[in-house]
Write a protein that binds this ligand. Sequence first.
Ligand code: ADP
Length: 353
Amino acid sequence: MLFDVRPKTSIRELFGRKAEYLVFRDALKRGRNFILITGPRRIGKTSFLYASLNELVGDGVPHIVIDTRAATSLNSRYPHRVIAEGVYKALLGRSVVGSVLSKVKGLKLGPLELDLGDKPDLVEVFSLLNRAGSPVVVAFDEAQYLRFSNEDLTRFFAWVLDALQNVVLVFTGSQVGILESFLRLYDGSSPLFGRYEVRIRLPRFNPSESLEFLERGFEEAGRNPNDEELLSTIRTLDGIPGWLVHYGASRIDGLTHEEAIERVLEKAMAYVMSEFRELSRLSPRYELVMKAVAGLSEGIGSARLEDIRETVSVDDRSLRNYINRLIDYGFLEPAGHGKYRIPDPVMYRVFKR
Ligand code: ADP
C-alpha cells in the first residue's frame, strides 16, 4: 500500500527509484565500497535502502542494517556496542550473512567466542565479516546520529575502507547531516577526506510523478479524490513522498483536504527547520541568505545575486560559497541569469515568515 506510513521494504512496494536502484546495484558490481544515499528527510532513504538491499540478496549480496537511531538512543556517546551486536548477531544468526559465513572454513562462532563486553572491539567484529570471502554490505541508516559518539568513528570507517576488501559501507542521511557534520568529507583533517564515494541522491518526485503517486495511493484505498485537490496538494507539499503519504493517510482517516494539508504542512515545516539547523550551526549566514532569497522572490519566484548580496551584506566571494553550498544541499536552485530560487514550497514558506 503506497499510503502505508511505515518505510517500504521491497522494490515492488516502492514507487519509482528504479534508476537509483540500478546505480546502487552497479556500484556494488563494480566493487565500490563507500556508498552514500542522501536526500532530505521523508524523501524515502530508509525505504530505498531496505527495498534495494532486500532485492540485492537475490544477487547474492548479503547485508546488515544498523539503525543508528537505536544505536545512539541507548548510548549516544558509545554506539559501538549496538553496532557490534548488530554485526555479530547477523554472523551468528541464520540471516543471509550467517549463511554465507557458515561456509567459511574453520570459522566457528559461538556466544562465548567473542565476548562483546561493554567496550566491544569493532575491529575484531568487522574483521570476522571480512572473512565471508565475498562482499557484505553494512549499512548505517540515518548515520548522522553517530556523530555524537565520543570516539571518532570516521577513523574506524576509514580503516574498514582501507583494510577490509569484502566490507561495503553504506550510509544514509541528509546531505548536511552526513556530509558536513559526521563524515566531514570536505574537511581536509577528516580521516575520510578524499575517499572515493558513490553518492546516490534521491530527488523529489516531479509533478507528474507526485500526481501518479497520489492517484495510485487513493485507488488502492478505493477512493476517488478530485483533480483540483490533488493539484493543490502537489503545489503545497511538492514531491516529497513522505508528505504525500501523510496527506493520503490523513484523507483516508477522514480529514478534509484543508485539514489534511494543514496537518502535514505543520509537520513538514518543523522538519525543514530542524534539517536547516544543522547548516545554521556552521554559519548563521546560511539562514540570512535563505531569508533574503525568500523575501526577494515575491511575484517573480527568484532573487538576483546583487540583491541578495545587498540584503545579506557579505562580500561576493563568501556569498557565492554560501550559495553553492545551499545549492549542493538542495536548499537553493539556480534560476538562470544570475538568479536563485527556493525549489521547495514548504521551505519557501519557512523562510518567508
Ligand atoms: P526517510 O528515510 O528519507 O525519512 P522513509 O523511507 O522513512 O524516508 O519514507 C517516508 C515515508 O514515505 C514512508 O511512509 C514511506 O513508506 C514513504 N515512501 C518514501 N519513498 C517512497 C517510495 N518511493 N514509494 C512509496 N512510498 C515511499
